[in-house]
Design a protein around this ligand. Structure first.
Ligand code: 5HY
Length: 254
């Protein structure tokens, strides 16, 4: 099978880190294709960045559909444009945030999230409500390390994340931790060992769930919320994104 992993920001080094984490857990028969758009923000930290990462992400999803990939993974923890991608795709689309949340609920009653900056917290809390999992998440915390500083030794990111993990254990009664950024994918194993509780990364969680969907031949349901967009013109810069007639449709069934 082939799984497309899209990093919606435009930082190639992060895409490479995400691809490496995915390949480390992929089954032998799974090919991982890790990409990022050429256009858009170098990192996604809040609603404005997220908005401008969506067109590039959706263009990559469209390419993956045309190439017949088995599944798509959106490798940004706020699950950027997840519903739009599912409307566009037939193959399953897994967001790393949603994937990590579900993995956490299967190994712990109560979990906490540690993300990058405080400005990212609201979108994550909103997703937890949307997914029906807010009751299982004690708190969404931030280590206050910017996304692209995670790999900078001067940021002391690992220590900052560790401090939040200990606060979550002590103050939130967290029994598991979800790492709230795709750029933290390489930290989960060591932090699990260091802090004595499951520390869960969304990239690897999403890859295994994407494989599961493919093996079970599960595809996105197109009869409701994620139905294909109605064909119509899009004007100006987004003309190329216009939904086209996917197939002959009985007008009475529109
Ligand atoms: C991510 N931003 O996973 C999110 C994390 C965040 O560029 N990749 C990003 O801080 O919202």
């Amino acid at each position: 099978m082939r799984i497309l992993i899209v990093n919606p920001n435009t930082t190639v080094a992060m895409t490479e880190k995400i691809g490496a984490a995915a390949r480390a857990v992929a089954s032998s028969g799974t090919e991982i294709i890790a990409v990022n758009p050429a256009d858009g923000p170098v990192s996604i930290e809040g609603y404005y960045d997220e908005a401008f990462s969506a067109p590039g992400l959706l263009a990559e999803i469209a390419r993956g559909e045309a190439e017949g990939v088995s599944a798509h993974v959106i490798a940004c923890f706020d699950d950027t444009a997840l519903e739009a991608a599912r409307s566009l795709a037939v193959a399953p689309v897994i967001g790393i945030g949603e994937a990590a949340f579900h993995m956490a609920t299967m190994v712990a009653y109560r979990f906490a999230v540690v993300t990058t900056l405080s400005r990212s917290i609201a979108a994550i809390e909103t997703n937890l409500l949307k997914y029906g999992l807010a009751g299982r998440c004690a708190k969404v915390r931030a280590c206050e390390v910017p996304v692209l500083a995670l790999d900078d030794p001067a940021s002391d990111a690992s220590a900052q994340i560790s401090a939040e993990i200990e606060r979550a254990k002590r103050d939130d009664r967290a029994e598991a931790i979800v790492l709230g950024c795709a750029g933290m994918a390489d930290l989960a194993a060591r932090l699990t060992e260091q802090h004595g509780l499951p520390v869960i990364d969304g990239v690897t969680s999403a890859v295994k769930l994407a494989e599961a969907c493919s093996v079970l031949n599960l595809k996105t349901s197109k009869i409701g919320a994620y139905a294909a967009p109605r064909p119509k013109p899009y004007l100006g810069a987004f003309a190329s994104f216009a939904p086209r007639q996917a197939r002959a449709v009985d007008p009475g069934k529109e």
